[in-house]
Structure formats: C-alpha cells, structure tokens
Write a protein that binds this ligand. Sequence first.
Ligand code: NAP
Length: 309
Amino acid sequence: MRLDYDIAIIGGGPGGLSAAIYASRGGLDTVVFEKGLVGGQIVLTADIENYPGFEENLSGFDIADKMKKQANNFGTEFKMEEVLEVKPKGKIKSVVTNSKEYKVRSIIIATGANPRKLGVEGEARLTGKGVSYCATCDGALYRDKIVAVVGGGDSAVEEALFLTRFARKVYIIHRRDKLRAIKLVRERAFRNEKIEIVWNSIVKEIEGKDFVENLKLHNKEDDRDFDLTIDGVFMYVGIIPNNKLVKEFVELDEQGFIQTDASMSTNIPGLYAVGDINQKVLRQVVTAASDGATAAFEAEKWIENTKDQ
Ligand code: NAP
C-alpha cells in the first residue's frame, strides 16, 4: 500500500523539530503538522541561555528557525494544517487534518503544553487588555509602567526579569514564601532593584474598566486583603498539556501528561510522544530535543520491523 509519509510529527516545537531532523536524516519520508508558528512555546521566550552550543543567547524564535531549516535541509515537509484526529492503532496509522486524511506508518505526538489560566474574575474579560501570557510578545507595551507577574517558577521569574527591560516596577506575586525557580534565576531577581516580590499572596480578582488597573490580593499569612495598582499582569502559573488528540487512548498521568517509556513509546505501538506533553522531571529545549531524537530513532526501527509484514 502506498502511504503518504513514513512518519507524521504533530507539533513543531523543539521536540517535534528534533524528531523531524533525525527522522528525515535517517531517510524517512517525514511530515510535520503545525497549525500555528513553528517553534512552540520557546518562541515566547526572549533569551535561551541554557541550550548547549549557543553561548550568544539566541531567542527562542531563532533556535526554532534554525531547527526548522535543518529539518528542511534533510527533506522534512511542513504542513500548516490543523490535526483534528489521529488513528494510531495498527501498522498503518492515520492523521486527519482540516484538509486531508494522511496514511503513515508512525506518529510522534509533540503538541506540547499551553499556559495555565489563573481562573480569577476579570482574567478572561481583560485578556489582551492588560492580562497577558507572553512577556516577550507584550512586554514592550509596558515601557515605564508598573506590571505584575503571577507565579514563582522559572517562567515567572525569568519573564519578570525580562520585563524589567521595559517596566519601571515589576511585582512578582507568589502564593508561598519561597520561589520554585532555580537559584541562579532567583538570585538575579533578588538583586534586581525593579523587582519586588509579594510573598504568600494570591490574586482574587483583576479589576479595570477597559484595561487592567488593579489587582485584588489576599495575603495568606496574615489573612489580609489588599490592592495593588498596576498597568498589566502576566500569568506564569504553570502549563497544561495539549493532550486532546490522544487522551482517549494513551496512558496519562493524573495531570494529563503522557506517560512514555525510555524510548518515548506510548502504550500504543508505533505511537511516540516527545517534549512538554510528556510526564518528565525537566521541561527544557534540550530535553525536548533529546526526546525527539530518541523517538525518531525508535520510530525508524518500528517502521523497518513492521513494513513488510
Ligand atoms: P511551574 O514550574 O509549574 O511553576 C508554576 C508556578 O505557578 C509555581 O510557582 C506555582 O506555585 C505557581 N502556581 C501554580 N498554580 C497557581 C495558582 N493557582 N495560583 C498562584 N500560583 C500558582 O511552571 P513554569 O514556570 O511555567 O515552568 C514549566 C516548566 O518549564 C518547568 O519544568 C520549568 O522548570 C521549565 N522552564 C524552564 C526554564 C529554563 O530552564 N530556562 C524556563 C521556563 C520554564 P508553587 O511554587 O507554590 O507550586
């Protein structure tokens, strides 16, 4: 049977792009489906300073662009089509997009994760009007203004540091008395005069008529409500996996991340998962790239072993 491709990779973040580089370099007919901009969540990051080999701090966009070109050079095709369904069981699998059903031998899920919403009053109404999930995209709008970042992880603290390039004051609002971010990043924030950390506090409501004006906060330590006047608020309270396409049939952990074995195989033979959508201890460009390489290598073996059966 003539198939459309050997391997379909769904998602064009670092995990998917790395899989594409390895699969196409390994001689497989490879397609990457990406409904938006290639690069995934890293394109929302201004500086990547811990991806080995790039001491000059490339932006997330630049790294993704380099990976895409590298995959292209080995023959990967990129299709800007939205994948609506995958049919991963059996030796011939299908990927159904908004324009066609593609027959392939193996599928790699690289659909990543999206920022989690805080879920407080005012958040949805004021999104795009002072509520943002992307400092890289919107930070420059807040030159000389006062902004808040909600969260205490690597994203929150790194993006708060990034925002100090523009804003005159950056509050980090964290629900505990200790940041989750790594020491190096934490200490940069402690040293930065523009950053003030609002400890032990949660956001109860985001207020503003047409644009964000005020946060209603609650301090859990002394059980006190208080207001913070700001011009914008950036949410970095974690991520949720984009598991919609596979959640009915792959094994997930309790938070919805895909459980794979060391070869990035899911519980369905020939179906692999890589990057932020996976249950893992470290979500980084380098670990996503590693997942992608492993999955492509395993997929190549699976295809070789099942092709003539
Ligand atoms: P994260 O590590 O899960 O941190 C989420 C933060 O939001 C935590 O501080 C958490 O508080 C807080 N939070 C969660 N729900 C909340 C709520 N309802 N209200 C208030 N605060 C809430 O997420 P992330 O920072 O987006 O990072 C995701 C992954 O990417 C992590 O593995 C991270 O290490 C990685 N990452 C790495 C880099 C880098 O290496 N350069 C950069 C960015 C992200 P608690 O601390 O109390 O749980």
